[in-house]
Design a protein around this ligand. Structure first.
Ligand SMILES: Cc1cc2nc3c(=O)[nH]c(=O)nc-3n(C[C@H](O)[C@H](O)[C@H](O)COP(=O)(O)OP(=O)(O)OC[C@H]3O[C@@H](n4cnc5c(N)ncnc54)[C@H](O)[C@@H]3O)c2cc1C
Length: 447
């Protein structure tokens, strides 16, 4: 990598790769001004839990990380306005705990909550388990403070629920993956706490009935549904083995769903009634309802450790992993078409389909079988074929993990050229020198 100019060198801490670690918005602004005047690229970093390569430093230009973990203050918790104003480096878990302390809830939640930061979550438009009820970050951010490419600080920390006074500029930075500016703080929306929660694991005999099951649960739960997760039996078995417990269901059918309801009053009767109706209609064949908080936590732990790569870590890089989303009524067909394509191209490869299916988000993993070398030789073709299958199902390759470097060269066909062109024009307007996270998110002009 090219040498850095002295005006930038003197801002670095002593870590490798070269990192500027400001602790105030003014210091972020000074860092951006120094880098911009010397054409040094800036790659913002939060908790570095992102899954799309968004924090990789570019090879071609002098570049630094700007780490936001030093901006770690919760500036205010306003129970009356149902908001928290938090700086970019505050973790999602710290926001959740601050909300709980005043009897409110910050709804976005996922496994990396202890490390993922407000700035990273905003910039990837993160989702997680609760999107089916509360939406992803786009629905949970009311205002932003952002350092722009010329060092100007835009203070958009407003807490309005309604504001139709022109373009909603904050939405450009939400999901912007650090390509348009550095998020330094956010006003986050809080929702009522839901102390009563109940979860159940159910066996589904036929993936074709998944959309009907999701529809039943959504309507009959009367607004209390917080999560509906698909888990294949292979994953459940891996999780049970890992946790050294018995398989929780008698019916080890191919797929299972984990359903959670939550509300201000008990929801057990409602969940039991939904399961009974689902069984009557043949949508599920077996179910277990958590009988205590510990059992509920155990069901969720099964979900969190069901990854086949946890028992075979050597497969992490060899596998194909998708964070796709399609309309809920097309999930079953997507899984079937991908499965049959993989079986014909690589007969012993394994397809592992799981995810936040209430909002159409399906994580598809294709794992090599007994001949990893043969799989490696086919991997690129298989990947291109599956990308095309996702597009043909009106889907996206990135439901909630962003584009980063991982998908940049594959995502061009997902949208018409005019959409990428509009995004390039926005990028050029806000960052004419291309200093913010170059080489990420936007496909090459040629695609
Ligand atoms: C175990 C595990 C489970 C996960 N589960 C989920 C899940 O269910 N749902 C989900 O959506 N994600 C999930 N993720 C992915 C990840 O946690 C999210 O993408 C998260 O939002 C990243 O936050 P971060 O602070 O780690 O960001 P980073 O990884 O540091 O950065 C991510 C991107 O945002 C940019 N960025 C970071 N901070 C800023 C800033 N202040 N201003 C501008 N740009 C910035 C970076 O340049 C990069 O492009 C999971 C990750 C792990 C490891």
């Amino acid at each position: 990598m090219a040498d850095l100019p002295p005006s930038v060198e003197r801002l670095l801490d002593d870590t490798d790769p070269p990192t500027i670690r400001p602790t105030t918005t003014a210091a972020v602004s000074a860092a951006v001004t120094a880098c911009a005047s010397e054409s040094v690229s800036i790659v913002p970093v939060g908790g570095d839990t992102g899954l799309s390569g968004g924090t990789e430093l570019p090879d071609a230009t002098p570049a630094v990380h700007v780490a936001l973990d030093g901006l770690d203050a919760i500036r205010s918790v306003d129970a009356g306005r149902w908001t928290i104003t938090a700086e970019a480096g505050v973790t999602i878990q710290a926001v959740q705990e601050a909300a709980a302390a005043v009897g409110r809830q910050f709804a976005p939640d996922w496994g990396a909550r202890g490390s993922a930061t407000v700035g990273g979550a905003v910039s990837t438009d993160a989702g997680g388990h609760n999107v089916v009820r509360h939406g992803n970050m786009r629905e949970n951010v009311l205002g932003l403070e952002v350092v722009l490419a010329d060092g100007t600080v835009w203070d958009g920390l407003r807490a309005l629920r309604k504001d139709s006074s022109g373009y909603d500029l904050k939405q450009l930075f939400i999901g912007g993956e650090g390509t348009l500016g550095i998020v330094t703080a956010a006003v986050l929306r809080l929702v009522p706490a839901t102390p009563h929660r109940q979860s159940a694991l159910a066996a589904i005999p036929d993936l074709d009935q998944l959309a009907a099951l999701v529809e039943l649960v959504r309507t009959a739960s009367d607004g209390t549904l917080t999560a509906i997760e698909l888990m294949p039996d292979t994953g459940l078995q891996i999780a049970a083995d890992r946790l050294e417990i018995a398989h929780p269901l008698a019916d080890t059918t191919a797929d299972h769903v984990l359903v959670s309801l939550a509300a201000g009053e008990p929801v057990t009767d409602r969940l039991t009634a939904i399961l009974a109706e689902a069984a009557d209609r043949g949508l599920i064949t077996d179910a277990v309802v958590a009988s205590s908080g510990d059992q509920e936590a155990a069901l969720w732990q099964l979900r969190d450790v069901q990854s086949p790569t946890q028992s075979r870590p050597e497969l992490v890089d060899a596998s194909l992993k998708y964070d796709a989303a399609v309309p809920v009524d097309r999930i079953a067909d997507l899984v079937r078409v991908v499965g049959s394509h993989v079986r014909s191209a690589a007969p012993d490869a394994q397809v592992h389909a799981f995810g936040h299916v209430g909002d159409g988000n399906i994580h598809l993993w294709v794992l090599p079988g007994t001949d990893p070398a043969a799989f490696a030789a086919q991997r690129t073709q298989l990947r291109d074929d599956i990308d095309a299958i996702v597009f043909a199902h009106d889907g996206t390759l990135s439901a909630e993990h962003g584009i980063g470097t991982l998908l940049r060269d594959r995502i061009g066909d997902q949208k018409p050229p005019i959409e990428w062109d509009l995004m390039r024009r926005i990028k050029h307007t806000l960052d004419p020198g291309n200093i913010f996270n170059p080489g990420k998110t936007l496909p090459d002009q040629s695609t």
